[in-house]
Design a protein around this ligand. Structure first.
Ligand code: FRU
Length: 497
């Protein structure tokens, strides 16, 4: 269904038409790769999580959305909410391009990424209006809602009408938070080949003062920082800055941990590392919930990838919600939220399974495409060079995704070269053996995704895979010697849709 509303009809007419489109398009989906327990659009295209906020007893998740097609087009803000971070309810589209500042460019236009705040009980969205070919091309805008569902764009839009420099590469994705009585905004920016997160401050969300760059690339961290998110975590001045740096492939996401000074608006970086080592983790955003937890969700795809679900009428998943904490040494840890245990169904356990060199061991009852696996290898008693598990295995053994741990290199790999449709490639991450000589890997398999967590929150690897739905086998192995699968817990996970 095409958009036929004209600009004069106003924002609510665009919203009504957008909702009609996704409702109609959702009846025509091919369900093959639809995810069972990850957030995804009801139909059409989805990219970045936007406006994540805990408000009025719900976790709200907005997202970059084209309700008319499974392609990147004029960006709307889709909207979903959840009481438990597990079950999601789709709400009407929140924002549609409708103004001079967010509508009209041929290739790129719309309500691009941004954030949400609670402004004295008014749910307020701050987003980038993007119009290709216009000068300025990117401006920052506000929209607000008193019922948490219907959003009105502010008459003062754009509230930041231009970037600090006329010549720049990107000025978008505002993330706003309150500290004391003041609002702070970090915006993704790029100038002269250097990605930056620049800061504005305000007392009323309408009038903003530019404060310069909180942090910028040292020349190795990309030429534009998309979707920056700066937030306090830990004690004192400790803050974490999440960024999605452009043009430093293969790295697509980074966190910087250090201190932020609210007077000078400068961030002092102490650590920098990848947040997730997979191919399909981009534009993460966080919220603070009523329990004081910092929860992160990212887009579970990547620009430029082959995206087989597009041919099925939809595109895009969100990662599982992950809680972020800082370790004593100031580095970041991420763990899937414990609420996910609500999905657990049939449980199978095994212990002390001997793995001999290059034999593939299956365990009765352990197979499927919607599973949680908690795997512990005992590496104190092995002479193998590698241990691992193959998931989504075909009957004839020709298709699978292989997760292997190299004991000699102390590295974990996820190899999806034989994983099915879509892009191949091998993800890798450094992973020392635990102090007790064990290696614990948690895997969440959904129909077209795999998320791996290891190293007590240090390592996450997120990849989309598109195997034949019939390929549900799981097998464990060792290479170069024998090893022991110490314990295995496997749960079938139910669908939330
Ligand atoms: C990141 C991004 C943002 C932009 C949005 C457009 O994936 O490129 O920088 O606001 O997507 O949809």
């Amino acid at each position: 269904m095409k958009n036929t509303v004209s600009k004069q009809d106003g924002h609510q007419a665009f919203i009504a038409q957008a909702e009609k489109a996704w409702r109609e398009n959702s009846k025509k989906l091919d369900e093959t790769y639809r995810l069972h327990y990850h957030m995804m659009p009801p139909a059409g295209w989805m990219n970045d999580p936007n406006g994540m906020i805990y408000f009025d007893g719900h976790y709200h998740l907005f997202y970059q959305h084209d309700p008319y097609q499974a392609k990147q087009g004029p960006m709307h803000w889709g909207h979903a909410r959840s009481k438990d971070l597990v079950h999601w309810e789709h709400l009407p589209v929140a924002l549609a391009p409708s103004g001079e500042y967010d509508m009209g460019g041929n290739a790129g236009q719309g309500c691009w990424s941004g954030s949400a705040v609670d402004n004295n009980g008014v749910l307020t969205l701050i987003y980038t209006g993007h119009v290709d070919g216009k000068t300025p091309e990117e401006v920052q805008c506000l929209a607000a809602s008193t019922d948490g569902v219907t959003f009105h764009k502010h008459t003062a839009n754009p509230v930041i009408g231009d970037s600090p420099d006329a010549e720049r590469f990107g000025f978008r994705d505002p993330k706003v938070w309150k500290h004391g009585e003041k609002w702070y905004m970090i915006v993704g920016y790029g100038k002269d080949g250097i990605g930056k997160g620049i800061i504005y401050t305000s007392s009323d969300l309408l009038s903003w003062d530019y404060q310069g760059a909180a942090a910028e690339s040292d020349g190795t961290m990309g030429d534009m920082w998309e979707c920056p998110d700066l937030f306090p975590l830990g004690t004192d001045h400790q803050h974490v800055l999440l960024i999605s740096p452009m043009n430093i492939a293969p790295v697509k996401n980074l966190y910087l941990a250090g201190n932020f000074d609210y007077d000078s608006c400068r961030f002092e970086q102490k650590h920098a590392a990848q947040i997730d080592y997979g191919f399909d983790f981009y534009a993460p955003q966080t919220l603070l919930d009523d329990k004081g937890r910092r929860i992160m969700i990212a887009w579970m795809n990547i620009w430029g990838a082959t995206m087989p679900e597009q041919a099925h009428g939809w595109l895009g998943g969100m990662t599982l919600p992950r809680e972020l904490t800082l370790a004593e040494d100031g580095t970041l840890r991420s763990h899937p939220v414990p609420e996910l245990a609500a999905l657990r169904g049939l449980h199978t356990a095994a212990a002390d399974v001997a793995l001999t060199d290059n034999e593939f061991v299956t365990i009765d009852g352990v197979r499927g495409d919607s599973l949680e696996l908690d795997i512990v290898y005992d590496l104190a008693v092995t002479d193998a060079s590698e241990v691992g598990v193959r998931v989504r295995c075909s009957e004839d053994g020709s298709g699978y995704t292989e997760i292997r741990y190299s004991i000699t290199e102390q590295k974990i790999y996820m190899d999806r070269n034989l994983g099915g449709e879509g892009d191949g490639g091998v993800s890798e991450a450094p992973l020392p053996v635990q102090a007790d000589g064990r290696l614990r890997i948690r895997l969440f398999l959904d129909r077209s995704s795999i998320e791996l967590f290891a190293g007590e929150g240090r390592i996450a690897i997120t990849n989309r895979v598109y195997p034949n739905p019939k390929d549900t086998g799981i097998s464990f192995f060792a290479r170069g010697g024998t090893a022991k699968l110490d314990t295995l817990d496997a749960w079938e996970l139910s669908s939330v849709w």
